[in-house]
Ligand binder design. Structure first.
Ligand code: AMP
Length: 213
């Protein structure tokens, strides 16, 4: 199964993608995670991406298309994959379509998580993630039992460098201008399903599972 998850930053894409990928036994391919790893490793791609990511803008199409073209050829993608945060521009979507067509493949479902902008700022600026197991937390909505410590594995909770208000507003505006047009792009292709990302997490998960069957 080949899946694509869309939605503004903070709509719960990453969390839902993680659960769905686990349920269907397919890898979650998050370009954001891959770029953060490249920045941490100090690779050539990381050096190019760092400043753009810190400002909340989009990394060049060429870089992310290259990353996804290579990653989807790895053996663990043979049974399908879940794209999380890619494509984010029409040029990326067109490149993805061309690439899949050349390989005789296609996306089975595009899931769009819809959400309200102001609620997103509050959601994003309060969130943290366990550096050990990746479990997500929130200052108001999902507090850990002990401050900054993961309930699941005892790991340290960390905040993303780009989860501050100024950067979040830039990320939301990049989403509105460059990524939101993809909703129409996929609607025209006939395989887009929208889910209300503001519903409680378990309800969003159930709604996505119902779409995927
Ligand atoms: P995310 O973790 O998906 O919120 O992505 C974090 C940041 O990585 C974004 O704000 C962008 O700077 C960059 N990024 C991730 N995916 C893409 C993409 N498909 N195209 C361009 N930039 C991306």
């Amino acid at each position: 199964m080949k899946l694509l998850f869309m939605g503004p930053p903070g709509a719960g894409k990453g969390t839902q993608a993680r659960r769905i990928a686990e349920k269907y036994g397919i890898p979650q391919l998050s370009t954001g995670d891959m770029l953060r790893a490249a920045v941490k490793a100090g690779s050539e791609i990381g050096l190019k991406a760092k400043a753009v990511m810190e400002s909340g803008g989009l990394v060049s199409d060429e870089i992310v298309i290259g990353i996804i073209a290579a990653r989807t050829l790895e053996p663990d993608c043979a049974g399908g994959f879940l794209l999380d945060g890619f494509p984010r521009t029409v040029a990326q979507a067109e490149a993805l379509d061309r690439m899949l067509k050349e390989r005789g493949h296609a996306i089975d479902h595009v899931v769009d998580l819809a959400a309200d902008n102001e609620a997103l700022v509050q959601r994003i600026t309060g969130r943290s993630t366990c550096a050990g197991c990746g479990e997500g937390y929130h200052r108001e909505f999902k507090k850990p039992r002990q401050a900054d410590v993961c309930d699941q594995c005892g790991g340290q909770l960390v905040q993303r460098a780009d989860d501050n208000e100024e950067t979040v507003r830039n990320r939301l505006s990049a989403y509105q201008q460059q990524t939101a047009p993809l909703i129409d792009y996929y609607r025209r292709q006939g395989n887009l399903k929208s889910v209300d990302g503001m519903l409680p997490m378990d309800q969003v998960f159930s709604a996505i599972c119902a779409i995927l069957g």
